[in-house]
Write a protein that binds this ligand. Structure first.
Ligand code: AMP
Length: 286
């Protein structure tokens, strides 16, 4: 694996690869890598000639200073993991150099940045778009690999690519979970053993909703699910919503025969976790 810490070094190497007609897959991350990140890289490796991972903790997407300060940094281990799966390139830019690049003051995301995550983390998606625009303009990948765990982020970045009229295509990859069902996340590293056990309740709640959801019972299901989380280790639920999978419009009732996504953000031991599941309401048979 080749590690580039400067934009120029990376650009030169990619220029060569592109003139040789190589297809480039890109996986942006904030490091503290786990099997979820690696799964995106493995998919990219199968589909491209060259797979590039970036590690950059982007301050502008953290609305909470404490979350930023406590974000785990495990670069040495990340490099070992990336080498183990034969990643071609790691881009490790400095904050100073990334800050020298210009970016849009604000992106018109049609309100997608004002709901759910956007509502609870003001400025978060503008920050995400700012850094992803910079990375895409440096790398110009053929494919951008994103995890469905960050469901709303996938939709926001689809919009970004349309706004910027870039040729990059987005590939959305499935959520990797631990055997308990807990979605793998860098933030899980901050949880105690008990916290990790309790955190798996997010997936239990989502799975329960998936089996129980009918066209008429969403509001009660939502209330009992929130209570369930609060009675089982979670101290706060930012949101638990059922949404349209394309627009993310929040739905009051499950539509018939149409897939919806249930999204959760909740705090445990001061750590904010997100997860989601897609499902279709069961038809009631009396
Ligand atoms: P992050 O480092 O948290 O910014 O994540 C980098 C990429 O990895 C994003 O596209 C995430 O959606 C994806 N990702 C994070 N956790 C998982 C997971 N458990 N399964 C699949 N993809 C994930």
């Amino acid at each position: 694996m080749i590690i580039y810490k400067t934009i120029e070094g990376l650009k030169n190497s990619l220029y060569k690869a592109k003139t040789q007609g190589k297809k480039i897959g890109f996986v942006p991350t904030m490091g503290a890598l786990h099997t979820g990140h690696l799964s995106l890289l493995e998919i990219s490796k199968k589909e491209n000639d060259l797979t590039l991972c970036s590690i950059f903790i982007n301050p502008s997407q953290f609305n909470n200073q404490d979350d930023f300060i406590k974000y785990p940094i495990t670069t040495e281990n990340d490099i070992l993991l990336l080498e183990k799966i034969s990643t071609d390139i790691l881009f490790l830019p400095s904050l100073e150099e990334m800050n020298t690049l210009k970016s849009h003051a604000s992106f018109n995301l049609d309100g997608m940045d004002q709901i759910l995550e956007g509502l609870h983390r003001p400025g978060h998606f503008q920050g995400v778009c700012e850094i992803v625009e910079k990375l895409l303009r440096i790398i110009h990948p053929d494919f951008l690999y994103l995890g469905e765990k960050d469901f709303q982020q996938c939709l926001v970045l689809k919009k970004l690519i349309t706004i910027l009229q870039l040729d990059t295509k987005i590939k959305i990859c499935p959520i990797l979970r631990s055997p308990s069902g807990l979605a793998l996340s860098s933030r899980n590293q901050r949880l105690s053993e008990t916290g990790l056990l309790h955190a798996a309740n997010i997936f239990k709640v989502l799975s329960n909703i998936k089996t129980q959801l009918t066209t008429g019972n969403w509001q009660t299901l939502k209330e009992t699910s929130i209570k369930n989380l609060l009675n089982n280790g979670f101290e706060k639920v930012d949101y638990l919503e059922m949404c349209d999978t394309d627009s993310l419009q929040i739905l009051d009732e499950a539509p018939e025969k149409r897939e919806v996504v249930i999204l959760i953000a909740a705090f445990i031991e001061g750590v904010r976790l997100i997860d989601n599941i897609k499902t279709t309401a069961n038809i009631l048979t009396n």
